[in-house]
Design a protein around this ligand. Structure first.
Ligand SMILES: Cc1ncc(COP(=O)(O)O)c(C=O)c1O
Length: 399
């Protein structure tokens, strides 16, 4: 059966998951090896030059990693994918492969803190011009594009304020100038949106998050056409060396099998928790695309299958209150990651977005009392009860 025609859960479970061809083991063994023994030097040369299929060395390819790449490509309706050591390895490798000195990139001004630091501080060191704009308004992208723009880079929903950028419109604007659209799809996951279907050229993932879902590995992925992935793999991924290990690839492949059912729960739970927070007197503002007050609620409805499991909210009382909340949660863990089966909370200005200055944060709406909640798949009543008691603690400590 043609696996590309399967629906989401069937693809998540079956794509790239073949039984072991030698033993018939239902779940194929993990190929824990650094190198591969080749029967003669002529074959080694043919493999080395890509004239024959085969494996030669772990940094150039591994069957367990290939299986994961097939699974991720299938979920994103892509021709190919590359698994990487982290989300940042995916982002930095893909950007360095596409940009050269003299080129220009337009990026969102609210994106994951390390991506922000990478484009703001490192790209200019290589002679690459950067313009950061609020990409939730396509007019800003249009105005920022220049003749030497090679990439428009967006994150939607954006970390941590959940801004929604129109993928289709961004692709049109990028392509009109011969540039490519890169989309970080970490927060939405392929369950909620497939950017490549609506014009994006490259999709990036932190596999650390929802794809794996269990918080026990760090990994990433670059997804797109075979031509582009071949170009990024050799030489960039092979020379920079940020590959995923086979052990981690096996974990992510296992995690992805339940991505659809987990995402359904994350979305259902987040809606209930957002409603609770919206009605709480200690919460000034809830940033969640599923609430009608969200400025891009209608776009989120059109572009995404559901609204996801991530939200941020401003606690009344500023930094003191935000930090007090972190120290008061009991069931929810204070941890800077996201997309796990368990709920995680963090204080964005002092944790994920500490690479931005206070002024930069203020300009884009990351307030000093802002916290980011990654809603897990626990029964939401339990998470709500924990947040309720934690907010009561906060009220006691603020003036
Ligand atoms: C949207 C987004 N992209 C990329 C990353 C980086 O991923 P990693 O930590 O796997 O390098 C993160 C991490 O939080 C993220 O939230």
């Amino acid at each position: 059966m043609e696996k590309r025609r399967l629906s989401f859960n069937a693809k998540a479970i079956h794509a790239g998951s073949e039984p072991c061809p030698t033993t018939g083991a239902h779940v194929a063994p993990v190929y824990r090896t650094s190198t591969f023994v080749i029967d003669n030097v002529e074959r080694a040369i043919r493999i080395g030059y890509g004239e024959e299929e085969g494996y030669s060395y772990g940094r150039f390819g591994n069957p367990t990693v290939d299986a994961l790449q097939e699974k991720i490509a299938s979920l994103e309706n892509a021709e190919a994918a590359l698994a990487t050591a982290s989300g940042m390895a995916a982002i930095s490798t893909a950007l360095m492969a596409e940009l050269q000195a003299g080129d220009h990139i337009v990026t969102g001004d609210i994106i994951y803190g390390c991506t922000y630091g990478f484009v703001r501080d490192l790209l200019p060191q290589y002679g690459i011009e950067v313009t950061m704009v609020d990409t939730t308004d396509p007019k800003n992208i249009e105005e920022a594009i220049k003749p030497n723009t090679k990439i428009v880079y967006i994150e939607t929903p954006s970390n941590p304020v959940l801004g929604i950028t129109d993928i289709e419109k961004s692709a049109e604007l990028a392509h009109a100038n011969g540039a490519k659209l890169f989309v970080d799809n970490t927060w939405a996951t392929p369950y909620l949106q497939n950017p490549l279907n609506i014009g994006a050229d490259v999709v990036l993932h932190s596999a650390t998050k929802y794809l794996n879902g269990h918080g026990d590995i760090v990994g990433g992925a670059i997804v797109g056409s075979k031509e582009l992935m071949d170009k990024i793999k050799a030489p960039y991924l092979e020379f920079f060396g940020g590959i995923m290990s086979p052990m981690d690839a096996a974990e992510v492949s296992k995690g992805i099998k339940t991505l659809g059912v987990r995402m359904e729960k994350h979305c259902q739970n987040a809606k209930k928790i957002a409603e609770f927070l919206e009605g709480h007197h200690m919460v000034e503002r809830v940033l969640y695309p599923g609430v009608e007050t969200h400025p891009q609620h209608e776009l989120a409805k059109k572009q995404m299958k559901d609204f996801g499991g991530m939200m941020s909210f401003d606690v009344k009382g500023g930094a003191k209150a935000g930090k007090a909340l972190m120290n008061s949660v009991e069931l929810v863990s204070l941890a800077t990651s996201l997309g796990c089966v368990d709920s995680l909370i963090q204080h964005s200005p002092s944790m994920s977005h500490a690479t931005m200055s206070k002024e930069e944060r203020e300009r884009v709406g990351i307030t000093e009392g802002q916290v980011r909640l990654s809603v897990g798949i626990e029964e939401p009543e339990n998470v709500i009860a924990d947040l309720k008691q934690a907010l009561e603690q906060v009220e006691k400590v603020i003036d």
